[in-house]
Ligand binder design. Structure first.
Ligand SMILES: [Mg+2]
Length: 257
């Protein structure tokens, strides 16, 4: 199938537009677990995405956030986040997205739609990354000390994560961004607004697959937070995205004890 990217774009646009229409309404906000918000928007997007994916890819397993998969299939699969950034969405902010990625041992196609920002990121392995159809190349020459870095702060971080990553890197960079939306974190790196994004804990494969592929196809670096290659074989994962190997190495030197 050679039009995976086009199909993914049509699906995220459909779901993203539908939930953008209900932002600001009563979206039945509640917790599905401690610190884990769900709304009517997540559910609406899930229904739309699942129906479309089953129609276009009837034989490919789906790993969707609201499907609550506990494991990752051994075969090729599609991973998706019906609404990344449920908290900013529910609070009327702009940093939220709908994203999909196709995984064949590693992400081969990825799409992120951020309706409030009117941004569509698309990437295909070996072919490139585009924002609103314009090719993206990350060209940062910043040192870590001159960088803005992105991360996430939430109750799932351990004291060790706070000390090793948050405290250390916030002392060795210019400033720290927390958007509560991993795909918006990847977008800021692609735009050159940040040079580093580290999500230490609490993230899932659907938060990172499309963003990591996009960053790599734009010339950046995607690794686990210990610097090793991402395996794409587990639901829970962490990620380090960097504009270049120098920034990644400098961050790793400071955070690996
Ligand atoms: Mg979600």
């Amino acid at each position: 199938m050679d039009n995976i990217l086009e199909i993914f774009i049509s699906i995220v646009k459909k779901a993203g537009t539908a939930i953008a229409d209900i932002q600001g309404q009563d979206i039945n906000e509640r917790y599905k677990a401690k610190g884990d918000l769900i709304t009517r928007a997540d559910e609406l997007s899930h229904t739309l995405i699942e129906n479309e994916l089953k129609r276009y890819f009837p034989n490919i397993p789906l790993v969707l956030e609201e499907q609550a998969n506990s494991t990752v299939p051994q075969s090729q699969f599609i991973v998706g986040d019906e609404l990344d950034g449920t908290i900013p969405f529910a609070r009327g902010m702009n940093e939220w997205s709908v994203s999909l990625a196709y995984i064949d041992e590693q992400p081969t196609h990825g799409v992120i739609f951020l309706p409030s920002l009117k941004i569509l990121i698309s990437a295909e392995k070996g072919k490139g990354c585009w924002i609103n159809n314009k090719r993206v190349h990350i060209t940062s020459t910043n040192r870590l000390a001159d960088s803005v870095w992105g991360t996430e702060l939430h109750p799932f971080l351990t004291d060790e994560h706070r000390q090793r990553f948050i405290n250390t890197l916030s002392q060795h960079t210019l400033s720290t961004r927390c958007l509560a939306c991993a795909t918006a974190g990847a977008l800021e790196l692609l735009l050159g607004h940040t040079d580093l994004y580290i999500n230490c804990k609490g993230g899932k494969i659907w938060d990172f697959a499309a963003g990591a592929l996009s960053v790599e196809e734009a010339g950046g670096i995607a690794r686990y937070i210990d610097g090793t290659k991402i395996e794409w074989n587990s639901i829970e994962m962490n990620v380090l995205l960097a504009a270049n190997m120098k920034i990644a190495d400098d961050a790793l030197k400071l955070t690996i004890k």
